[in-house]
Design a protein. Structure first.
Length: 296
């Protein structure tokens, strides 16, 4: 069963100057939104979300255009000062070293849409989305907001590729470094009804790349009990600030809760681990029949 995008958050699309929780209008930028470029045989563009005023880079692998279903990977980056900063944000996470996620997605040779939102960790908006006690959590991790932004992404994919109605098959969420303040609120809201709606209902994998500066393992174990289809993988480094909490997670590891000690540098963890994760998470077959033409 797949989720086909519909503009179910249209009321919010109509009021971009407010968004959820009154986050305000997007900051004007000289970089034109939604300019589509060819990249590695696929399509790359950036747009400004309306549900939350953030810029979002989208890369459709070359296989998406020839398929009637695709998987979506959302990557939540860490602090922009921790690793070499891409020249252009957020699309540089897709096109440039040290991450080069576009090449990793292309090498996976599967219908895959990569989504990289630009996260302002200096002002994540957690107090408005989660309350004063969670100022450091990013507002995008609110299941309601995240579903709305993902819905906008799916509409964008239909706009750019056109031709056929493509179904979202699986959603994968990955985070690096400071993105523990994106992943942890998701685990905290594991009983939220929004996780059973929209794109989040298709969530199949969560991957945490050296994020255990913070974290409560109990949340994750309970989430796995609640959602039997979910698979989680954590990677952390010994002898670093992620070791202490990482070891707690390691002790609790299990069949759907993979926790690994790794030896690469902090900035290399996502690029080193993502190729194997994409390979192991790939569906056994990709449906290519039964296209339905659409004017969108």
């Amino acid at each position: 069963m797949s989720y086909i995008a519909s503009n179910s958050f249209g009321a919010h699309h109509g009021t971009p100057q407010h968004g959820f929780f009154g986050f305000g209008a997007p900051t004007p930028t000289k970089i034109a939104d939604a300019v589509v470029t060819d990249f590695l045989g696929g399509k790359l563009w950036t747009f400004t979300a309306k549900a939350l005023p953030i810029r979002v880079a989208v890369f459709c692998s070359r296989q998406v255009a020839a398929s009637n279903a695709f998987d979506l990977l959302l990557f939540a980056h860490g602090l922009l000062t921790g690793c070499p900063r891409p020249k252009q944000l957020p699309s540089g996470f897709i096109t440039d070293a040290p991450f080069n996620f576009g090449r990793i997605v292309d090498a996976a040779q599967r219908p895959l849409v990569l989504v990289v939102p630009l996260l302002d960790w200096g002002s994540p908006g957690g107090e408005r989305a989660f309350g004063a006690a969670h100022r450091r959590w990013h507002a995008l991790a609110s299941p309601r907001i995240l579903n709305a932004v993902l819905d906008e992404v799916l509409v964008e994919v239909r706009r750019v590729l056109g031709g056929v109605t493509r179904a979202l098959r699986n959603l994968m969420i990955a985070g690096h470094s400071r993105a523990y303040d994106f992943l942890e609120p998701l685990a905290n809201r594991r009983t939220d009804s929004q996780l059973r709606q929209g794109a989040l209902a298709r969530l199949s994998h969560v991957w945490a790349f050296d994020t255990t500066y913070g974290g409560e393992v109990g949340r994750w174990l309970d989430w796995l009990k609640i959602d039997p289809k979910l698979q989680v993988a954590f990677f952390y480094r010994l002898g670093t600030p992620t070791e202490a909490i990482g070891e707690r997670f390691y002790t609790a590891r299990g069949p759907r809760f993979a926790v690994s000690r790794v030896g690469e540098t902090h900035c290399a963890v996502p690029g080193t681990r993502l190729p194997a994760l994409l390979q192991s998470s790939a569906p056994r077959s990709t449906p290519l029949q039964g296209f339905h033409r659409t004017s969108m």
